[in-house]
Design a protein around this ligand. Structure first.
Ligand SMILES: O=P(O)(O)OC[C@@H](O)[C@@H](O)c1c[nH]c2ccccc12
Length: 257
């Protein structure tokens, strides 16, 4: 059993206890679309990540609202919030707090297998959800994609190889994320982005995002150089004493198209 199988098995149990959505009185600042941002300029999707199965605790005591504001002030294109509790020590309340505090797009980072999770994400203020191709059957992927689209959410479709990328393209995904980390083995290589960028359909308006394992300005430059319009960064920012400076440096190093 891979770690991904294990996470999905836990998720299937957890969602049984999710209740139907009540009318919410939460107020969220208006947020632009990530797709529009990344069509015009390269960007950094900055992540709130307390812990992970591959790295253990990263920064569990973080003040997530203060952290999110640092990301926003530095010019982050979007903020990603891990909401999985069991493996990443996140929560849907983390997402809600961040979405209330910032005016940049907010990504609900979780292992989506059911529509109720999409409802919850939207209710907690997310404007983007993640769908991981490796975690879903084709029919489930299509159904969840359609469901999220109908809610006006943006959808980041995550892939790890050519076959998954072909599926994402067939689905009509505009935001396609190449995860440099294999969720089955935890192996990380930025070469994943370089490899998949070779046949990426840039000319059909798709946006390539390079996810995971980016630690330095040079790493950022490397994947931007491969054609990525966005990078998704968690650990490096959570461990940094100055995440704002990290983001600014990465943006500066971005290849101007
Ligand atoms: O902390 P990193 O290596 O910078 O990675 C961030 C992000 O890409 C990673 O958290 C991630 C990418 N896809 C996921 C799917 C589920 C959970 C987490 C992820």
């Amino acid at each position: 059993m891979t770690i991904l199988d294990k996470i999905i098995a836990t998720k299937r149990q957890e969602i049984k206890h999710y209740t139907t959505i009540q009318e919410s009185k939460d107020v969220f600042p208006e947020k632009p679309r990530l797709t529009d941002h990344l069509r015009n300029k390269n960007g950094v999707i900055s992540e709130i990540k307390r812990a992970s199965p591959s790295k253990g605790d990263i920064h569990t005591t973080v003040d997530i609202v203060a952290q999110a504001k640092k990301y926003e002030e530095a010019g982050a294109a979007a903020i990603s919030v891990l909401t999985d509790e069991t493996y990443f020590k996140g929560s849907i309340d983390d997402l809600r707090l961040v979405a209330q505090a910032v005016s940049v797009p907010v990504l609900c980072k979780d292992f989506m297998i059911s529509e109720i999770q999409i409802d919850r994400a939207k209710q907690a203020g997310a404007t983007i959800i993640l769908l991981i191709v490796a975690a879903l059957e084709k029919e489930e992927l299509e159904q969840l994609y359609r469901y999220a689209k109908a809610q006006s959410l943006e959808i980041l479709v995550e892939v790890h190889d050519e076959k998954e990328m072909a599926l994402a393209v067939e689905l009509g995904a505009e935001l396609i994320g190449v995860n440099n980390r294999n969720l089955k083995t935890f192996e990380v290589s930025l070469e994943r982005t370089a490899e998949l960028a070779k046949n990426f359909p840039f000319n059909s308006g798709r946006i390539l995002i390079s996810e995971s394992g980016l630690h330095t300005k040079e790493d950022a430059q490397f994947v931007y150089g491969c054609g990525a319009s966005g990078i998704l960064v968690g650990e490096a920012l959570m461990r940094s004493e100055n995440p704002g400076a990290w983001i600014r440096e990465a943006i500066k190093g971005a290849v101007v198209r």
